[in-house]
Design a protein around this ligand. Structure first.
Ligand code: ZN
Length: 63
């Protein structure tokens, strides 16, 4: 059985319906994916920035 809780972004009410029974707003999944594509990109860019910074400075290896 799939258990999918949804949450209203407006009033913060948890429901199973796609539309909030209180305010009628569209609900969103209360279980967002742990790793979103944008998250991956941000992490990748941070790593790239660190790498480019290291090439300009001396070769320091952080553990
Ligand atoms: Zn609502």
């Amino acid at each position: 059985m799939k258990f999918l809780m949804r949450k209203c972004p407006k009033c913060g009410r948890y429901t199973f319906k796609e539309v909030c029974p209180i305010c009628g707003a569209r609900t969103v999944s209360a279980h967002p994916p742990r790793f979103s594509p944008t998250d991956k990109y941000v992490r990748y860019r941070v790593v790239l920035r660190e790498l480019s910074r290291n090439t300009y400075s001396t070769t320091k290896v952080r553990s």
